[in-house]
Design a protein around this ligand. Structure first.
Ligand code: 2NL
Length: 344
């Protein structure tokens, strides 16, 4: 029996020494020391031994089992260390290599232009006002001197949601709301940039959703010359100090008098080219003195207070500035278009 145990020990230790990985080692442990293993089998036969032999063989069996267990432990440590060394060798990082540059996005060209215009008016003491895109008929039309039967409502075909609610067709309702909050007390000096919506068929110059930036100043003694000064400053900062401006009479229901502003062509400086359609002038925005009805409806005394307002389309400004020939480019999100404005 002792010989049999000794042979098992030698056999097990040989296999342990040859084991290639921890899994194989585990299999060896189960095979030799497990409940169904040969050592257990040998011990089961101990009953047949004499009383003198039994403790001797028992002690020897324990010795063999401990010997195998020690062999397993030593090999296990050795294999684990080898595994770690191998991984360390494989996963070495060269910390001196330069990192991969992170891919950086850039602002949408329309965003850049809107922010440029905002910064310009902020520098002149305006603050930015915002409001809802779903508006009531009252703030979008009525408060701006466009009563229900007014023919000028046809000028702006609208997306009505119900009889009362619609997608705003201009950002003026933001200004009407802001004036109302002032409760008849000046000054009001705001710009309202934002998305607006019109029922148009999209083409190179029309989009059913686009942006507008309106401005409004209400105070005592505000004159048309104040409007002219602010707009001239804007035109020069945006399109170059050499720009000239001119105001032509126009009509808007919410302003009286109303004007449209042209700037001298920044491409040909007035000689005539395709950008200014050979007139030397480019139309940039509409403006005027706030209609007394609009002031009164917002709670201002129109005998005491006057105001000027203007509105422009930042897409048009961006198209002129960057030579973009189709408004739909701003909304198609074609990466090839957007990438051209990385550095603006
Ligand atoms: C244009 C013309 C304009 C206004 C917008 C306005 C707002 C209030 C009162 C009076 Cl609350 N006026 N806004 C005035 C004149 C022109 O926009 O061509 N926009 C693209």
């Amino acid at each position: 029996m002792k010989d049999r145990l000794e042979a098992l020990k030698v056999e097990a230790l040989e296999k342990i020494s040859a084991a290639a990985d921890l899994k194989e080692l585990q299999n060896i442990k189960v095979a030799y020391l497990g409940k169904k293993g040969p050592i257990t089998e040998v011990l089961k036969g101990m009953g047949k031994l004499s009383a003198e032999e039994r403790p001797v063989v028992g002690a020897f069996a324990n010795e063999v089992r401990d010997g195998i267990q020690q062999g397993l432990d030593a090999k296990s440590t050795q294999l684990e260390e080898a595994e770690i060394s191998k991984r360390l060798a494989e996963e070495t990082i060269d910390v001196s290599l330069p990192g991969r540059p992170a891919k950086k996005g850039s602002a949408h060209p329309l965003t850049s232009v809107v922010e440029e215009i905002e910064d310009l008016f902020l520098s002149m003491g305006f603050t930015i006002a915002e409001g809802p895109e779903v508006e009531t008929d009252f703030y979008n039309f009525e408060a701006l001197n466009l009563p229900k039967d007014h023919p000028a409502r046809d000028m702006q075909d609208s997306f009505f949601i119900t009889e009362e609610f619609l997608l705003r067709t201009q950002t003026s309702p933001v200004q009407a709301r802001t004036m109302e909050k002032h409760e008849g007390q000046g000054p009001v000096k705001i710009i309202s940039p934002g998305k607006v919506y019109r029922r148009d068929n999209d083409d190179a110059t029309h989009s059913h959703q686009f942006m507008q930036i309106e401005g409004l100043v209400v105070d005592k003694n505000v004159r048309l010359s104040d409007l002219k000064g602010v707009l001239e400053t804007f035109a020069k900062k945006m399109f170059g100090e050499e720009r000239k401006i001119r105001l032509r009479p126009s009509f808007f229901p919410f302003t009286e008098p109303s004007v449209e502003m042209d700037i001298s062509c920044f491409k040909c400086s007035g000689k005539g080219c395709s950008i200014c359609k050979h007139t030397g002038w480019i139309e940039i925005l509409g403006a005027g003195m706030v209609h007394p009805n609009v002031l009164e409806m917002a709670g201002f005394d129109s005998k005491e207070y006057t105001g000027f307002a203007f509105g422009m389309g930042p897409e048009r400004i961006a198209m002129l500035k960057y030579g973009i020939d189709d408004i739909r480019h701003f909304y198609a999100n074609d990466i090839r278009f957007l990438k051209q404005f990385r550095n603006v």
